[in-house]
Structures are given as structure tokens and as C-alpha cells.
Design a protein around this ligand. Structure first.
Ligand code: MN
Length: 217
């Protein structure tokens, strides 16, 4: 799938770098420790859908959860990017959802297996409209919100992220070359929970246009 960056370049979606337990309140609700370094996992680009599309509940899971997250869209290639230059590599921001098959993830945790299946199904990475980074004063003061069928389920400020966008770009770029079209899902605050067939998910981050998807089997 291709996305159009705020400077009108059209690029293929690259890797999805996703951060686990980046809010203390979410780590607590999962009964997990806050990590001392960013916890990174990958999703395939085939998981991305856009606003108006449909999240498909896979037959392999009976417990799919929503996780609302701010997404930083990479616009400039780089490796070993210093923190002071990190935000120069971010072309824009969006609100996104890190859909998670929680039952499969819990089994994977017990078996010490990776999370690729629990996190990587088609349609499991809804991505909202991308707003130019230049129009956002700081990515660390946005209000994230998720409504399910018009009821608020998650709401938090990105100021509570344990590792900032700049820190995450620096950290990830020591491992992966970052490329235009890569997406950094920066972690979810507390309030995650199951979705059901027929639900309408509306996610927003202040300054970004909202994301709206429907849930179906
Ligand atoms: Mn997540």
C-alpha cells in the first residue's frame, strides 16, 4: 500500500515499528514492569488500513483488543540518528490503532514465542490521516482518544509516554535503517479492551484528523 506524505511524495508503506509498554498506566493494567529500554516489535505493512476501512476479526482469535496510539510517519532515511536530529526524520503524525489478538498474545507470552501472529493480521494497523509534522508544536503534548460506539474507552496525553518520539527514533535507528514510509506506532495508554463485530472505532489525536473504522468478521 502507498501513502502520501505531507510534502506530496507518494511512498510505499515500509516497516511498522511498534513500541510496547510505553505508558506506565498501560504496563500496570497488563501487570507488567515498565521496560528500561524501548520494547520494539514489528508488524507487516499488509496490516495497514485507512479511515473508512474495516477491521476484520480473524477466526483464530476470540479476543481482539483496541490500542490507540500516536503514529510518527518517517519521511527521511537515516541510521544512527542522534536525538537532537530525530524529529527532522519525521514527516508527519497520525492517530493509529495497534489491534491485538490478546488471547494469542497471552499464549505467545506463556510459550515465549514472538508476537507476530497476535499483532500482524491483515487490517490490524489502522492508520489515520497524516498531518504535517510542521503543524505540530511537539508530539509530546497531544491528547489521544478512542471512542467505541461513541463511548470514550481510552484518553491520555502523549506527555505520559515513557520514551519520547525523539528517543524512539534514535533507539530504533541504531537497529534498523529508517526509510520514508516507515511507521512508528508509539504505544498505547491504559483502557485497552475487546472489540466486537459491528463496533465503530473512532480515534483522534489533537491536531490530527480522526480515524474511523468498523469492526466485522
Ligand atoms: Mn501497542
Amino acid at each position: 500500500m502507498k501513502i502520501t506524505l505531507p510534502d506530496d511524495r507518494t511512498v510505499s508503506i515500509g516497516k511498522l515499528l511498534c513500541i510496547g509498554r510505553n505508558y506506565a498506566d498501560h504496563a500496570a493494567e497488563m501487570e507488567r514492569e515498565v521496560p528500561d529500554a524501548p520494547m520494539v516489535f514489528l508488524k507487516p505493512s499488509t496490516a495497514v488500513i485507512r479511515t473508512g476501512d474495516t477491521v476484520r476479526l480473524p477466526p483464530q482469535s476470540q479476543d481482539v483488543h483496541h490500542e490507540v496510539e500516536m503514529v510518527a510517519v518517517i519521511g527521511r532515511k537515516g541510521r544512527n540518528i542522534p536525538q537532537a536530529k530525530a524529529l527532522d526524520h519525521v514527516a508527519g503524525y497520525a492517530v493509529g490503532l495497534d489491534m491485538t489478538a490478546r488471547d494469542l498474545q497471552n499464549t505467545a507470552k506463556e510459550q515465549r514465542h514472538p508476537w507476530s501472529v497476535a499483532k500482524g493480521f491483515d487490517t490490524f494497523a489502522p492508520l489515520g490521516p497524516i498531518v504535517a509534522a510542521s503543524s505540530i508544536d511537539t508530539p509530546q503534548a497531544l491528547t489521544l482518544q478512542l471512542r467505541v460506539n461513541d463511548e470514550i474507552r481510552q484518553e491520555a496525553s502523549t506527555e505520559h509516554m515513557i520514551f519520547s518520539v525523539a528517543e524512539l527514533v534514535q533507539y530504533c535507528s541504531q537497529i534498523f535503517t529508517l526509510e520514508p514510509g516507515d511507521l512508528l506506532y508509539t504505544g498505547t495508554p491504559s483502557g485497552v479492551g475487546p472489540v466486537e463485530e459491528g463496533d465503530v472505532l473512532e480515534a483522534s489525536a489533537s491536531g490530527c484528523d480522526p480515524l474511523r473504522v468498523r469492526v466485522q468478521r
